[in-house]
Design a binder for this molecule. Structure first.
Ligand code: F6R
Length: 612
């Protein structure tokens, strides 16, 4: 949720920390702060609101020093205020901590510490950490590392920590449990960050710290150990994406840039996974034989990734004989889904750090299930905890509203469904070729939709003002309706509902009046539900609803019924959701722009939901 950075080297730390925090601001942004070791003490500045407020403070009063930590906060314990902003300090100011995650037992720890004479200045869970370290040193811990280790053993919950000690001015300590933390390796300088984009412009190699590990960074080296003190030889990974991937690159927002990246990403996934001979290899760790025996799949995910999972279910069910279920990870983990060890679990996650999705994976592993993840972030917790992974290869998704990760997840499911169906003999080589030929058309079709953005903008601007909107679709495009509504509500703050169009008569039709925009996803090919969808559109028309149709080029029916039509190219029904959703992403985008919201950083939301 929050962003953590740290630096040790020979350069001034404060500008590097601020630059890193700017790149992390999308993770959480109600306050920010940094601390730097300087002249025998730790100095710090914090400010509420956007990072620019902290920057102004630092301009007036620069903090000098080559070793520091920084944090952007998304409040969980205590309102956004200077006092609650990180870094937090020990009573004597010699230890400073930034933290991402939640310390579940902070209340009892705080009571114990208060009984020992510690005074707290904030309402946060984090503040117990520097006090615990201070107490461990007072109780006789031999070194900062040992005091940190003793402290970590007392914490219950999740953390990615950066820690400074006044008396070790050439070191940054860090630790991880349940919240991501990477160590970036430079030339005579090293970094910590909760996410690669924070330091992507400064490093090309990184260590992804594992749960239960801590490290001490000096300018010329990094030592990693477990919290039990066992040395660890860390795996150093090359960072494969360019710094530009985390820049605006001339677009007014990250979201608009990421919408535009979709055709390239989809094309690259096809190139990577479909051989020149027109075959799709099973993902590493799974085999044709495994797919032949498989009889149940359970897909678990949250939000947009859940909608991708719904699409995956429809497609795999349609192409294979396998029973597929999908569930919200937050529900799945609290129900009794009667999963047997033969069930393949597919978690879907852009960030790879979503708490509920991770909890579902852990449950399923206890039941003995195989885990095949669809994920975007290398080194993330979902990736580490899964048996096999399909990487969506989108590069960093910075806009809080997921766009490119969604279509890449859909593409992952399309390729997986075709691979499973072929392995099981549900598709002949000729049928596979026909599907793949049609799938190859999708990147261009998405590009075509994006080219229509000026027309879509006018429609978004025309219908943005009402209190609510309704999105309807059927079959493969029922998840598209849900995703279109989610995009709209999260970035424009207009209430929006997605519905299966066949449900209209069971309730939502009561909402229809002349001011309610109803977005009808009604693309036409051989799909048997087109006629049904058309009837639903007519029901809306008969009640004077404002109809915005997403229709196939050449359709002559819908323009008679609709106030506005977004035309998309004709593609195979099964793959149409990837194309149609691009239109809805742009529609939401321009509605949000007309409503003047902060599109990349919508209120109350954070990019990565690492707490339940
Ligand atoms: C919406 C959005 C969220 C995420 C959800 C899961 O635009 O981005 O609904 O899809 O929080 O996140 P990941 O995919 O990181 O597990």
């Amino acid at each position: 949720m929050c962003g953590v950075v740290g630096y040790i080297g020979s350069k001034q730390a404060a500008p590097i920390l601020i630059d890193g925090l700017k790149r992390l601001e999308y993770r959480g942004y109600d306050s920010a702060g940094i601390a730097v070791v300087c002249g025998g003490k730790i100095v710090s500045d914090k400010e509420v609101g956007r990072l620019v407020n902290l920057e102004k403070l630092l301009e007036a009063n620069p903090l000098e020093g080559v070793c520091g930590i920084g944090h952007t906060r998304w409040a969980t314990h205590g309102v956004p205020s200077r006092a609650n902003s990180h870094p937090h300090f020990s009573s004597d100011g010699t230890i400073s901590v930034v933290h991402n995650g939640i310390i579940e037992n902070y209340s009892e720890l705080r009571d114990e510490l208060m009984a020992q004479g510690h005074t707290f200045l904030s309402e946060t869970d984090t503040e117990v950490i520097p006090h615990l370290i201070e107490q461990a040193l007072a109780d006789g811990a031999m070194s900062p590392a040992e005091a940190l280790r003793l402290t970590l053993k007392k914490l219950r919950g999740a953390y990615a920590l950066g820690v400074l000690f006044r008396d070790e001015p050439q070191s940054v300590y860090c630790a991880r449990l349940g919240s991501p933390l990477i160590i970036g390796l430079g030339e005579n300088e090293n970094f910590i960050a909760s996410d690669v984009p924070a330091i992507i412009n400064r490093i090309s190699r990184a260590i992804y710290l594992n749960d239960g590990e801590m490290a001490v960074l000096k300018a010329d080296g990094v030592e990693v150990c477990t919290i039990d003190g066992q040395p660890v030889v860390p795996e150093v990974k090359e960072i494969t994406f360019e710094a530009e991937a985390a820049e605006h690159s001339g677009f007014e927002t990250f979201m608009l840039k990421e919408i535009h990246e979709q055709p390239r990403i989809l094309r690259a996934l096809l190139t990577k996974h479909v051989s020149a001979e027109g075959t799709i290899q099973p993902p590493a760790g799974l085999s044709e034989n495994y797919f032949r025996k498989l009889n149940r799949i359970m897909i678990v995910s949250c939000g947009t990734a859940y909608h991708a999972g719904m699409y995956g279910k429809l497609l795999i069910e349609n192409l294979t004989g396998i029973a597929v279920e999908t569930d919200l990870a937050s529900e799945f983990r609290y129900r009794d889904p009667k999963i047997d060890p033969g069930t393949l679990i597919i978690p879907v996650s852009q960030s790879g750090e979503t708490a509920d999705t991770l909890a579902s994976i852990r449950m399923a592993k206890e039941w003995g299930c195989k885990i095949f993840a669809i994920c975007n972030v290398e080194g993330s917790s979902v990736v580490r905890e899964s048996d096999s992974v399909f990487f969506t290869d989108c590069g960093p998704e910075i806009g809080v509203a997921s766009t490119k990760a969604y279509t890449a997840q859909q593409m992952a499911f399309a390729l997986l469904a075709l691979c499973i169906a072929t392995a099981r003999g549900d598709l002949t080589p000729e049928q596979l070729k026909s599907y793949l030929d049609d799938l190859q058309e999708i990147p261009d079709a998405v590009h075509y939709v994006i080219q229509q953005k000026d027309d879509i903008r006018k429609i978004g601007e025309k219908h943005h003002d009402g209190p609510s909107s309704l999105y309807i679709g059927r079959r493969f495009n029922y998840p598209t309706a849900l995703e279109g509504a989610l995009k709209n509500k999260e970035i424009s703050y207009q209430h929006a509902e997605g519905y299966a169009a066949g449900e209209m008569k069971h309730g939502p039709i009561a909402l229809i009046n002349e001011s309610l925009p109803v977005i009808c996803i009604c693309t036409k090919t051989a799909d048997e539900v087109y006629e049904k969808m058309l009837s639903n559109v007519k029901e809306v028309e008969a009640r004077s609803g404002r109809i915005i149709a997403v229709a196939t080029e050449g359709d002559t029916e819908l323009c008679k019924l609709s106030d506005d039509v977004i035309y998309v190219p004709e593609v195979r029904d099964e793959f149409s959701p990837m194309v149609n959703v691009a239109a809805l992403q742009l529609l939401a985008y321009y509605a949000a722009r007309a409503r003047g919201t902060d599109i990349d950083k919508p209120r109350n939301l954070a990019k990565s939901v690492t707490v339940e």
